[in-house]
Design a protein around this ligand. Structure first.
Ligand SMILES: [Zn+2]
Length: 571
């Protein structure tokens, strides 16, 4: 079935409201069954052989995004056949050293698109079309859209081989089912939990609640002890950290939904069946972001921030903050479900101390520039300026801005969450003896005595260096006058190559590798670039001639420094 994203947004909200109402009136009602009925069942097959085992579930919390699909296990190996999940045609191929690596998009007649990521390679005619495009454009990284008649596929046809390309942390297949998206099948697309389409997946193991935290308003958060009475003395909200395991899956996968009951009545519910890909960054505002950044434990918070809007935002009764009468005792029930409705619960007993402690007003306590989350904010001071668009913050805050010379530090005082939107940061100045075009804006990270610089793409005008940044922190100017490093890994000058693949390690001290080109005996040759190992790999099969071969490798960094090396390889 084909639906517009607007319709689905409203129907989704309606379903959630119905569920909440039904819980209040104690109807027997299953959210999972109701939701599943809205997606075609059995239309898509498992894209891999065997049982589905997951190393990550849909909508798991990550820094700056929700996990947008399923990570399917491939037994720790690459090269497993990947099957078209249903009839359709190859609509797009996209290849990058980063992110999803080698990606395949198949469009199906029912309007959905299936997406396969981190592939090792493409099968048959698809592989040939990809190689042709790479040689035509002299680039490993490509994005290519295909017409419906170009590469039709049948359900169950081998279309690719599983791999570990791009930002993958080990061999697996990342699988998505999407709806919509403009011609690139990405912009304004919605990704849906593939397990709602009736894929065979067994999960008889209950989720684990790993922690519940109390966040007193204006006070210091603390872990809620499992079996003790919890004493509070003012309004608070909760943070819940839970994970799920299943047969053949890893133990710390994400859960499907959370419900919180106050004295038996539903006060909060969270679930995610669909994610609009455009702004999944909002996840940062739903979890305790500073704690996650430190520990990788994602505590889902019950409180609402006004700028965190979207269909995946939790249903709350009120603002998610518990305001209980002094002297009273309450039971707070936390229920956590996985996609197969296995449930784990924990009940907290909360006693509200009489003589309510004065709630510190977080906003009044701190200094800094007042920023309204839904209004623009312009800052100009000596050598710096930046402009925030409305909705860069999720709630009103105070920005603490300090700086001297060419260094500026920007940090929100109340909600330590990365900005939702990028902003333009301008720093005026110059570094002694460094040309303007070799000067970059960098983020400074200090950890255990060491200082790290991460460079942004920087524009220069009249001594002002500007960059689009999407972090808070310390920013300064740095020089990149050093050319990229280029190193032979498995061959040496004048010697024959052992094996068939030439490996070259490339890197850059600051601005990063921008382009790379390899020529064998004067002709451009494909070099596959793996970002995480910073290695180029050249398949030489059928390409080396007998006798002397010349390999030329040219690497340019983000500010135009070039390294150009040539080797002689014997055959
Ligand atoms: Zn994934």
């Amino acid at each position: 079935m084909k639906r517009t994203s607007h319709f689905s947004f409203f129907s989704f909200q309606l379903i959630r409201l119905l569920v909440c109402a039904s819980l209040f009136f104690n109807f027997q009602f299953s959210f999972f069954n109701l939701a599943a009925q809205t997606y075609p069942q059995g239309y898509f097959r498992n894209p891999l052989d065997g049982q589905i085992g997951l190393s990550a579930t849909f909508a798991e919390f990550r820094a700056n995004h929700f996990h947008s699909g399923l990570d399917m296990r491939t037994g720790g190996a690459v090269g497993k056949p990947v099957y078209a999940a249903a009839d359709g045609y190859v609509a797009k191929v996209s290849i990058s050293p980063w992110g999803g690596g080698k990606i395949l998009y198949i469009k199906h007649p029912n309007g959905y698109t299936t997406v396969y990521m981190h592939l090792n390679g493409y099968a048959g005619a698809i592989g040939k079309a990809v190689l042709k495009e790479q040689y035509a454009r002299h680039s490993y990284s490509i994005t290519k859209l295909f017409a419906p008649g170009d590469l039709p596929v049948k359900k169950g046809q081998v279309v690719a081989y599983s791999g570990n390309t791009g930002g993958s942390g080990g061999p697996h297949l990342h699988f998505e089912i999407r709806r919509g998206g403009e011609s690139d099948l990405h912009t304004h697309a919605t990704t849906i939990n593939p397990l709602l389409f009736g894929l065979p997946y067994t999960d008889n193991i209950k989720p684990t609640i790993r922690g519940v935290r109390i966040y007193p308003q204006g006070g210091t958060p603390f872990d809620a002890p499992a079996d003790n009475i919890i004493k509070v003395n003012g309004p608070f909200h909760l943070g819940i950290y839970a994970t799920d395991a299943a047969e053949g899956s890893t133990a710390k996968n994400g859960i499907d939904r959370v419900e919180v009951y106050l004295d038996g009545s539903l006060a909060f519910m969270y679930t995610t069946e669909e994610l609009p890909l455009d702004s999944t960054r909002i996840v940062n505002a739903l979890i305790d972001f500073p704690l996650y950044a430190k520990t990788r434990q994602a505590y889902l918070l019950t409180r609402a921030l006004p700028g965190a809007e979207g269909p995946w935002v939790p249903v709350r009764m009120g603002d998610g903050i518990f305001r209980l009468k002094p002297g009273s005792t309450h039971h707070i029930g936390v229920k956590v479900y996985d996609i197969r409705d296995n449930c784990t619960d924990r009940t907290l007993t909360v006693k509200v101390e009489s003589g309510e402690r004065r709630v510190e007003n977080g906003e009044r306590r701190v200094s800094g520039e007042t920023v309204k989350y839904d209004k623009p904010f312009n800052y100009q001071f000596s050598n710096f300026n930046f402009q925030l668009k409305p909705f860069t913050l999720y709630a009103d805050d105070r920005l603490v801005i300090t700086g001297n010379g060419q260094t500026v530090n920007i940090k929100p005082a109340i909600n330590d969450i990365p900005p939702h939107l990028a902003y333009t940061l301008c720093i005026k100045g110059s570094l002694p003896g460094v040309p303007s075009n070799k000067t970059v804006v960098v983020l400074v990270t200090r950890k255990a005595g060491s200082v790290k610089h991460s460079a942004y793409t920087t524009k220069h005008q009249n001594g002002v260096h500007s960059a689009q940044v999407r972090e808070w922190g310390e920013f300064t100017l740095a020089a990149d006058t050093i050319a990229p490093t280029v190193q032979a890994v498995n061959f040496s000058e004048g010697k024959p190559l052992k094996g068939t693949t030439l490996k070259i390690k490339i890197g850059d001290n600051l601005a990063g590798v921008e382009t790379y080109n390899c020529h064998l005996n004067g002709s451009w040759i494909l070099a596959e670039y793996d970002g995480k190992t910073a290695t180029l790999a050249i398949d030489t099969r059928g390409k080396l001639k007998s006798g002397v071969n010349k390999l030329r490798v040219e690497v340019t960094d983000g500010v135009g420094n070039v390294t150009d090396l040539t080797w002689t390889i014997q055959k």
